[in-house]
Ligand binder design. Sequence first.
Ligand code: 5GP
Length: 194
Amino acid sequence: MKLLKERICQEGLILSETVLKVDSFLNHQVDTELVLEIGKEFAQIFGDEPITKVLTVEASGIQFAMATAAALGVPFLYAKKKKAITQAEKMYSASVFSFTRQETYQICVSQKYLGPSDKVLIVDDFLATGAALIGLTDIVKEAGAQLVGCGCVIEKSFQEGRNWLENKGVRVHSLARIASMSPGKVEFLEEHHL
Ligand code: 5GP
């Protein structure tokens, strides 16, 4: 997505060779017009499938899931992060190791809102090691729902997330694929539609 890549080049802060900060337009202050365009793009890419729900994880995936769900005309659902699961009997849950925080947490979704009749598109802000998205795919599986694919706003293609997901047979599409980063410079991979 050209517009997104331009903003990453103009405003992205490269904190290290593996961490990119996009707080000025995506992750803290949010450019709503850009996010709505991102939602439309995901809806167009995955819209050939009869999606019933968009799923993400709080907090940084929420605006992208909402924009995508609005473009598709379906609800979105966000997994909540919990240290301990108190309502285990009514929740689907999965463990996720956070790359940015270097800690393991639980994500959970109420069984009321996801079930075998759902066709789910997962959306998130970053694809790095893939742990967050794998956790979400585990929840979709536990619910007996069908996974349509994963839409990622920014993929750091030099990390293992995409391979891990593709090896599990998941359709992945990222709007900006970063091949490498170094101070002041971001190199993108060519876009391709799967
Ligand atoms: P993963 O589970 O794929 O390793 O990481 C996914 C989550 O970690 C994303 O939802 C995102 O919140 C966070 N994350 C991973 N890498 C980055 C990064 O380079 N920059 C920012 N801002 N967040 C990241």
